[in-house]
Design a protein around this ligand. Structure first.
Ligand SMILES: O=C(O)C1=C[C@@H](OP(=O)(O)O)[C@@H](O)[C@H](O)C1
Ligand SMILES: C=C(OP(=O)(O)O)C(=O)O
Length: 437
């Protein structure tokens, strides 16, 4: 991160959240649009591309692999596809930055190339588990070396000659599923991926939109190698996970009435709405429509008092990135909220169960940690100091929590907010939150 990026915020109660906002483009869709555009035939135009550090890192990796990518304006990319076999190897390491999505999907794609490559990441990504992709890709014939315990950097040996397999993913992970499908494009025969808990299906939808024959349903995807991808225009919806901070903030702050426009409503992403509504939230979906093959809606969020719930384990994958924000909602709800079946939170940009528990306790909330979740006792938030451990979603969640706190909250290590949500401070303060660098 550059020196100009502030490393701390001071947040405090602001005013009610009002007006109309639009959050940046979806991170999952932006990564995949660059990847598929790069190996398609023809020119892919991406509108609404997320100008975050994660997705820009992915675009830089493809530039290093010989793909010309133009950025005529913010949020726009023109990807000059090189075809399935047109990527060029490079001696330089390919830096995925902070992005688990970038590294895991690239592992699948690069394992199928004729050349060797090395994937590296920042300090946080260098601690994230990669065996979940290395092992199933190995059953297809891929050869990937890692550091001990399956940690990055990943050294990927080219020329492996992959074969399709039928796999059930070891954890509920769209990244693992997508890595296998990308490898499957190059494999002989059929690749079938099954999931015990269905996850976001953007890779499947986008492969189909780029003209690749693929059969898919929740928890199932099947494709064969040997076809071609044809460039399309991709219109990226606004990221539900970024909208989540505003959904929770407007729900919690009395007097709020906020309209969040054109939010991506893929059903594998909107579990937070189900959880918050069960807690008493008032969130209305207006103007439901399609954008770039994805459902979108404007969300009208009004303040409502919340009560604690047991979050159903079945919806955990549908709200996996929203738990930090949900923990804040739970801290402000009447009674207890129990989260379980969410052990994956421990291997995100930080251990999100431990980081949220420590942060909420620092603000006076009682939290009992469990290996796969937590029990949060709603209460009165105090001021205090929070370490976000370089995790963008933790930093933004505590900016929301501070709107309800009795005193100022200092949030440290916030630079990585730029990985997924450039412009967060300006948008948040414009909507009514009190937050300064
Ligand atoms: O496939 C994707 O784009 C993503 C999948 C999820 O990760 P897992 O696959 O590890 O659950 C999510 O947490 C991440 O922000 C984006
Ligand atoms: C987990 C996340 O992303 P990634 O896995 O791509 O780093 C996230 O954005 O919350």
């Amino acid at each position: 991160m550059s020196d100009e990026v502030p490393s701390s915020w001071i947040a405090a109660p602001g005013r009610a959240l009002t007006g109309t906002i639009r959050v940046p483009g979806d991170k999952s869709v932006s990564h995949r649009a660059v990847m598929l555009g790069a190996i398609a035939e023809g020119t892919t135009r991406i509108a609404g591309f997320l100008e975050g550090e994660d997705t820009r890192a992915t675009a830089r990796v493809f530039a290093q692999l010989g793909v010309r990518i133009e950025a005529p304006s913010a949020g726009e990319r023109i990807v000059h596809g090189v075809g399935l076999h047109g990527l060029r190897g490079t001696d330089g390491a390919l830096d995925c930055g902070n992005a688990g999505t970038g590294m895991r999907l690239l592992a699948g794609l690069l394992a199928a190339q004729a050349f060797d490559s090395t994937l590296i990441g920042d300090a946080s990504l260098s601690k994230r588990p990669m065996r979940r992709v290395i092992e199933p890709l190995a059953t297809m014939g891929a050869r990937i070396d890692s550091e001990p315990d399956g940690l990055p950097p990943l050294r990927i040996h080219g020329g492996a000659g992959l074969r399709g397999v039928e796999t059930t993913t070891p954890v509920a992970s769209a990244q693992v599923k997508s890595a296998l499908l990308l490898a499957g494009l190059y494999a002989t025969g059929e690749t079938i991926v099954r999931e015990a808990h269905p996850t976001r299906d953007y890779a499947e939808r986008m492969l189909s939109a780029f003209g690749w024959p693929i059969e898919f349903a929740p928890g199932f995807a099947r494709l064969r190698g040997g076809h071609r991808l044809t460039a399309i225009d991709v219109d990226v919806p606004a990221d539900f996970s970024s909208a989540a901070f505003f959904i929770v903030a407007a729900t919690l702050v009395p007097g709020s009435e906020l309209l969040i426009e054109a939010v991506g409503m893929n059903p594998r992403r909107t579990g937070l709405l189900e959880a918050l509504r069960a807690m008493g939230a008032d969130i209305r979906e207006q103007n439901r429509r399609e954008q770039g093959g994805e459902p979108v809606a404007d969300l009208l969020v009004r303040h409502a008092p919340l009560h604690g719930i047991d979050v159903p384990a079945a919806i955990v994958p549908d709200m996996i990135d929203e738990f930090p924000a949900l923990f804040v909602a739970a801290a402000c709800a009447r009674g207890r909220t129990r989260v379980s079946g969410a052990a994956e939170l421990r291997v995100k940009e930080s251990d999100r169960i431990a980081t949220m528990a420590a942060g909420l306790r620092a603000l006076g909330i009682r939290v009992e940690e469990a290996p796969d979740g937590a029990l949060i006792e709603g209460g009165r938030l105090q001021g205090g100091a929070i370490d976000s451990h370089g995790d963008h979603r933790i930093a933004m969640s505590f900016a929301v929590a501070a709107q309800l706190a009795a005193g100022e909250v200092r949030i440290d290590d916030v630079a990585n907010v730029a990985t997924s949500f450039p412009g967060f401070v300006a948008l948040a303060t414009g909507a009514g939150m009190a937050l300064r660098d």
